[in-house]
Design a protein around this ligand. Structure first.
Ligand code: SF4
Length: 258
């Protein structure tokens, strides 16, 4: 495993999309916000999303993070899944190479395709500023966390968003951070508060950082983000140091959509 980058990540969030478009793989994809956003523009000549949510490589964006001088916390491919089967191996390696060349940023990569992640992992660099994550929205997707444990990432995180069931049996071994949240949009499936309490309590007991992004609602920030009267925005480095105080919550963290 790489040495962990133990700084508290930069507060300023950014999305970086060297790919856009995707196809659905599991229940968490049902109301995919990226699809909703991109499909609004389908067929508009000359629009960036003229092809809607069709998968497209965006090589002109590959080196964007190298031009950002100030440290940023970067959500990689908020409009896609970097491990989608139609993205060439070499292109995934190029994306990882850029992250390695930009050590002043902290990059969050999140996938629902752990099989491809595992297949490519030996050929990828794993710099300490790269936080690798998988989505586990229900227990029947818990095997994604098993795959994540086999990847030599410095920081491993689980996204339990949208949370669609209890994760009481989720193995948190070698997991540094869990990020949970409810679904947003008109057809949202609200989480049971006890699912979130159970997950939070297991993280606290295991010394795993826990972040609660909010209950979801019609809009992304409707519903608030208090869980039993407080916000949860923990950082792996702070929790590892034995201090369970939260990192400063940032507006950008919500807007970057994890
Ligand atoms: S994997 Fe992510 S980007 Fe792709 S369809 Fe599912 S939710 Fe959307």
């Amino acid at each position: 495993m790489s040495d962990r980058d133990d700084r508290v990540p930069p507060a300023h969030w950014e999305s970086w999309n060297p790919v856009s478009g995707c196809t659905k793989v599991s229940e968490g994809c049902r109301h995919c916000y990226a699809e909703r956003f991109a499909e609004r523009w389908r067929g508009i000549p000359g629009h960036y999303y003229e092809l809607g949510f069709d998968l497209q490589l965006r090589p002109e964006r590959l080196e964007l993070p190298l031009r950002w001088r100030q440290p940023r916390r970067v959500f990689v491919d908020s409009m896609s899944d970097l491990f989608h089967g139609r993205i060439p191996d070499e292109y995934v390696r190029e994306v990882f190479a850029v992250m390695e060349r930009a050590p002043h940023h902290v990059f969050h990569v999140l996938t629902k395709r752990p099989e491809r992640l595992l297949a490519l992992a030996p050929s990828l660099p794993w710099p300490p500023n790269l936080w690798m994550g998988v989505t586990v929205e229900r227990m029947d997707y818990a095997a994604r966390a098993d795959a994540l444990r086999r990847v030599p990432a410095a920081v491993r995180h689980i996204s339990a968003e949208p949370l669609l069931g209890p994760l009481d049996a989720l193995d948190l071994t070698c997991i540094d951070l869990v990020i949970a949240g409810g679904e947003s949009g008109a057809e949202r499936r609200p989480p049971d508060p006890d699912w979130l309490r159970g997950l939070r309590d297991r993280c606290v007991a295991a010394g795993v950082a826990f972040t609660f992004k909010g209950w979801g609602g019609r809009g992304q920030r409707d519903g608030g983000r208090l869980l039993d009267g407080r916000e949860w925005q923990q950082s792996p480095a702070i929790v590892a140091a034995g201090d369970m105080e939260d990192e400063a919550p940032s507006q950008g963290a919500q807007e970057a959509l994890f």
